[in-house]
Design a protein around this ligand. Structure first.
Ligand code: AMP
Ligand code: MG
Length: 410
């Protein structure tokens, strides 16, 4: 293995190749969850569209309520109604009140709303028992959004709030970057599907489930998940198929063992190596290359190593291919206790995060062996603890890669 590349350099090398989003396509809003806007969303409407009532009650001229109180109510003539969706067709005159519903257009001539609770109604008249000032309980046109406002920038990831706001400004099919296609290949003669009977030396193919889940959470479209034996020709064939996708992700078979064929198979498929070997634990033998149609990753097979390297290298690439920043996947956190460091390798430490007055507090989850997949269960984030001779002291700030980013789900 050549000299190990620092994690930050490896990540930069990946992002350099994943520069620029994939072409845009129109996406119906109800399919938009987790998609990334390719262009900013500009409103061509005011929201709300009209001055409207914030309450159920009566539209009035504020001046007609001067001096009104429970003891000395003012009586106005009930002369019309404005309902939600059906504005009044007349102008309100002096001494008049129009019934209004919440959200209904404030009629011309009115400048305030009296809440129903502050009135009594009888025979074509309304008694008003409070004085209101002009503007009371009126929501102004354009108060939320003005026509011409940029509401969301390009690169915004659509969550429920973003989708709701797009709907509110009449954008039915926002332009979003195409989702990157991902082909996943798990290599290893020992691998068994969860449904297969266990046999001597068998290992359950858990990566074939964690990696597609991680890819989907990062907004990708998983087009295939294959299992491949440790055989040169089979690995070459799998690499030829996988490199049809925007991103090919192999796991296992990328180290220095006699039966590790992934690097050679990627080369045979026309992929060019960018790096192999990262100063990281776990995840040292990570391989990255590019091919005509996209990116190729060879991740180590150990289940935790595969997750760690996916989070650190593949996820940022998937975000970048959609035009989104990977910042949304990270927070700065503070170490709850001292964390031993490795002299030459950064460590990805699984941790829980808790909110404190000083920000996120990170507590490692316990045993960190790269084969202990259950150590991921209680983890909220991966801490990237940089190489060094002294332990990283409690209270120091580290970058935490969130493991539970709820975006991009199909
Ligand atoms: P490798 O990177 O191929 O040397 O594999 C390293 C370790 O990870 C071995 O113990 C493999 O059995 C295990 N492993 C490889 N691929 C998978 C997989 N898809 N699911 C679960 N464990 C795996
Ligand atoms: Mg293997």
């Amino acid at each position: 293995m050549p000299a190990l590349l620092p994690v930050a350099d490896a990540r930069a090398a990946v992002l350099a190749e994943a520069a620029g989003p994939l072409p845009a396509e129109r996406v119906p809003l109800d399919k938009g969850l987790g998609r990334v806007l390719a262009v900013s969303a500009v409103s061509s409407e005011d929201v709300p569209g009209w001055d409207n009532s914030a309450m159920d009650g009566y539209a009035v001229r504020a001046g007609d309520t001067t001096g009104a109180s429970a003891d000395a109510p003012r009586t106005l003539r009930l002369a019309g109604e404005s309902r939600a969706g059906t504005p009044a067709d007349a102008t309100l005159g002096a001494g008049e009140a129009f019934g209004v519903s919440t959200g209904a257009v404030v009629p011309d001539g009115a400048d305030a709303v009296v809440r129903a609770e502050d009135t009594t109604r009888s025979d074509g008249e309304v008694s008003i028992s409070v004085e209101v000032e002009p503007g009371r309980d009126i929501r102004r046109a354009g108060e939320d959004i003005r026509s011409g406002d940029e509401v969301l920038g390009a690169g915004s990831v659509l969550g429920s709030a973003e989708i709701g706001v797009l709907a509110s400004i009449g954008i039915a099919e926002p332009e979003c970057a195409r989702r990157p296609t991902v082909a996943i290949v798990a290599t290893g003669d020992e691998l068994l599907a969860p449904s297969e009977p266990m046999r001597a030396g068998g290992v359950r193919n858990s990566n074939a489930f964690t990696l597609p889940a991680l890819a989907r959470l990062a907004g990708a479209e998983v087009v295939s998940v294959e299992r491949c034996p440790d055989d040169v020709q089979a690995t070459r064939d799998a690499a030829a198929r996988a490199t049809q996708a925007d991103v090919a992700v192999f796991c296992g078979g990328v180290s220095v063992g006699d039966h590790d064929h992934v690097k050679e198979a990627f080369a045979a498929a026309g992929a060019e190596e960018r790096f192999w070997g990262v100063a990281l634990r776990p995840g040292k033998p990570t391989w990255f290359g590019t091919h005509e149609r996209g990116l190729a990753f060879g991740l180590p097979g150990n289940p935790v190593s595969a997750v760690v390297t996916f989070i650190l290298f593949v996820r940022p690439a998937l975000r970048a291919l959609q035009g989104a920043s990977s910042d949304l996947d990270t927070v700065e956190a503070m170490l709850a206790g001292d964390v031993p460091r490795m002299e030459r390798r950064d460590q990805a430490v699984r941790c829980g995060l808790s909110a404190t007055d000083q920000g996120w507090l990170a507590t490692p989850t316990g045993p960190q062996g790269s084969h202990v997949l259950t150590s991921m269960l209680g983890a909220d984030a991966l801490l990237v603890v940089e190489a060094g001779t002294e332990p990283a002291p409690a209270g120091s700030k580290v970058r935490a890669e969130l493991l539970r980013v709820p975006s991009g789900i199909e």
